[in-house]
Design a protein around this ligand. Structure first.
Ligand code: FNR
Length: 380
């Protein structure tokens, strides 16, 4: 209605309301470095396409005459009531895209009551972002460092700054072969401030021969070498439990057996995700992995979903397949790049409005009513 009313004065939205078009607009308006960083996928992009194909293979079968006038999008998730089954995914180094960076994205999320997940590769110190979040839910994403003291320090800082859930990313012990970043020699990535969470960390600084400002290149190299630890196994999860008393969510689960292991290890949740197709080229489309994982553990822990969500009907499908909420990645990064904080607000409000309409027009009043009965699968 807001868009409609503004339209009566001749004002049209500054960004497309079809969020699938944001990438095209970003390709045209942002430089090759920033847009390559966001759009880039692993290898030939096969898995990024598989994410879309997997969602597109499902179709919604709307139901009629069900009184859908009063709707409530809210859900109970990880010990909190959220206004909608949506959170912003962790996206590192947002300063590459816009000076509003993480604080702007966090403020946009907070304005809608949507949780913001701060990447541990944030270009803004986590304490500063926490302030921008006010009372809204904030989650902290961990790339689990090699260095035990640094890990402890990051977790202690996150706890002190009021982050509630810990999202531990398991699919990025190494950065994948990403041609669009490689072709740019990772220049945008290494533009210095990208690792502020680390660079401002006392335990990280203690591992440097010289202070960051005296030898930034050495600091970047140190970060690249220690930001994740490929030797980690399921046995190491106890360490996280010892150092984090809130919910722990493992991000990057695709196999039902891994989902069972997460439940056996007492984890609170998982994110079914292939990192937006940015890690294993040729990996299964995330929505193709979702039903098997939900069947294995849906009654034991909270299953979240990301990778490929672009529209309100995608959210509908992921929830109908058993996810409790979804995380949104690239669309909000493009919104930020194109228009800063208001761009992120535009993306969140558009996708939620579309989800609300999809829910209503297909005969539902709450996300909790969605089951596979609302879908049919095509063979294409
Ligand atoms: C990411 N993602 C990510 N994940 C994570 O755990 N920590 C991080 O720092 C990042 N950084 C990051 C940067 C960029 C530019 C993108 C696009 C993605 C992955 C992200 O959290 C999420 O899994 C995907 O973005 C979801 O897929 P869609 O929505 O982009 O298709």
């Amino acid at each position: 209605y807001e868009i409609y009313l503004n339209g009566m004065t001749g004002a049209v939205p500054r960004l497309p309301t079809d969020l699938t078009r944001l990438e095209e607009v970003a390709e045209a308006r942002l430089g090759p470095g920033p847009v390559g960083y966001v759009a880039g996928s692993a290898g030939s992009g096969r898995t990024a396409r598989a994410n879309r194909d997997a969602l597109d293979r499902w179709q919604i079968v709307p139901r009629m005459l069900r009184d859908v006038q009063h709707r409530d999008l809210s859900v109970e998730l990880l010990g909190a009531r959220l206004p909608a089954p949506l959170a912003l995914a962790p996206v590192g180094v947002l300063s590459i895209l816009h000076p509003d960076a993480e604080s702007g994205a966090a403020r946009a999320a907070a304005a809608q009551g949507v949780p913001f997940t701060l990447s541990s590769a944030s270009s803004t110190p986590m304490e500063q972002v926490a302030e921008a979040m006010g009372e809204a839910q904030r989650w902290f994403q961990l790339y689990w460092p090699k260095d035990r003291e640094v890990t402890e320090s990051l977790l202690a800082r996150a706890k002190a700054a009021g982050y509630t859930a810990l999202i531990v990313t398991l699919d990025t012990w190494l950065l994948a072969w990403r041609p669009r970043d490689l072709d740019q020699a990772y220049l945008p990535f290494l533009h210095g401030v990208g690792t502020a969470n680390y660079f401002t960390d006392p335990a990280f600084q203690a591992g440097l021969a010289k202070p960051v400002h005296e030898d930034p290149n050495a600091a970047v190299l140190h970060f690249v070498n220690m930001f994740a630890d490929p030797t980690k196994t399921w046995d190491d999860l106890d360490f996280l439990r010892e150092h984090w008393d809130g919910p722990i969510v493992l991000k990057g689960i695709l196999h039902p057996d891994d989902a069972r292991r997460a439940a056996d290890a007492g984890m609170d949740g998982i994110v079914v995700s292939n990192h937006g197709g940015r890690q294993v080229n040729g990996a299964i489309g995330a929505a193709d992995a979702l039903p098997g994982v939900v069947q294995a553990v849906g009654d034991r822990l909270t299953v979240l979903f990301d990778s490929g969500i672009r529209t309100g009907d995608d959210i509908f499908k992921a929830l109908a397949l058993g996810a409790r909420a979804v995380l949104l990645g690239r669309p909000y990064a493009y919104g930020l790049g194109l228009d800063g904080q208001p761009g992120v607000e535009h993306v969140i409000r558009s996708v939620l409005a579309e989800f609300d309409l999809t829910l209503a027009l297909s005969g539902h009043t709450s996300p909790t009513q969605l089951t596979t009965d609302a879908l049919t699968r095509t063979n294409a």
